[in-house]
Design a protein around this ligand. Structure first.
Ligand SMILES: N[C@@H](CCC(=O)N[C@@H](CS)C(=O)NCC(=O)O)C(=O)O
Length: 211
């Protein structure tokens, strides 16, 4: 059975959780405490030398790190990843945008504000992170003024990648009412049959960390 190393507060972990729910696949979910260094143990570093969740472990024991690589792997052959080369490239375009221009600002601002005591240096960097996040939301707003989805004519893994941290952007100090097309798109994603919220449901088999 697939095994997902995860943390319940992580938007990067939510991406595979959401896709697995849409695909109707069962998996074991291993909750790791990212604030207590559980992703930096020798056992976990053997699965991802970069010491971060999410990691998807296959039946063969092979491990895939990086949330968007996991989405790409799981979506192959499904309606969540097109087969046309241009449509695939445009899907990847938005997933790379998410990793370079969106997540490092919006997810990081949320993490600093919600999950930890900020250091002086983080407090000083927060306005820049929030400015970068607003710029990313403005790019999304521009795209969504003319299109319903990032992935083409229907929701695909580009939408899942971008949804994960956009729908909780308010927790990083972002006002989503400034981006009405983004708000409508969030509703469209949420209304898709099979949608699950960020908080993982206990339906996956949860095994203890380090198992
Ligand atoms: N680019 C990676 C980022 C993964 C990431 O930052 N994971 C965080 C949780 S959201 C983590 O595991 N942090 C623990 C640590 O750095 O020790 C992805 O998309 O999967």
């Amino acid at each position: 059975m697939l095994r997902l190393y995860d943390n319940h507060l992580s938007g990067n972990g939510y991406k595979p959780r959401l896709l697995l729910a849409h695909l109707g696949r069962t998996y074991e979910r291993v909750e790791l405490d990212i604030l207590e260094g559980e992703t930096r143990t020798p056992e976990f570093l053997a699965r991802n030398p970069n010491g971060r969740i999410p990691v998807l472990e296959l039946d063969s024991g092979a491990c895939i790190a990086e949330s968007n690589a996991i989405l790409f792997y799981l979506a192959e052959g499904s309606r969540f990843l097109p087969s046309d080369p241009l449509a695939r490239a445009l899907t990847l375009q938005w997933m790379f945008f998410e990793q370079y221009s969106h997540e490092p600002c919006i997810a990081v601002a949320r993490h600093w504000i919600q999950h930890m005591e900020m250091t002086e240096s983080q407090r000083a960097q927060l306005p820049d992170k929030q400015e970068g996040g607003r710029a990313a939301l403005a790019v999304m707003e521009g795209h969504l003024a003319a299109s319903d989805w990032f992935g083409g004519h229907a929701m695909n893994i580009a939408d899942i990648a971008l949804y994960a941290y956009t729908h909780v952007a308010d927790e990083g100090g972002f006002d989503l009412s400034d981006y009405p097309h983004v708000g409508d798109w969030l509703d469209r994603v949420r209304e898709q049959p099979g949608h699950v919220p960020m908080e993982p449901a206990p339906e996956g088999i949860v095994v203890p960390a380090g198992a």
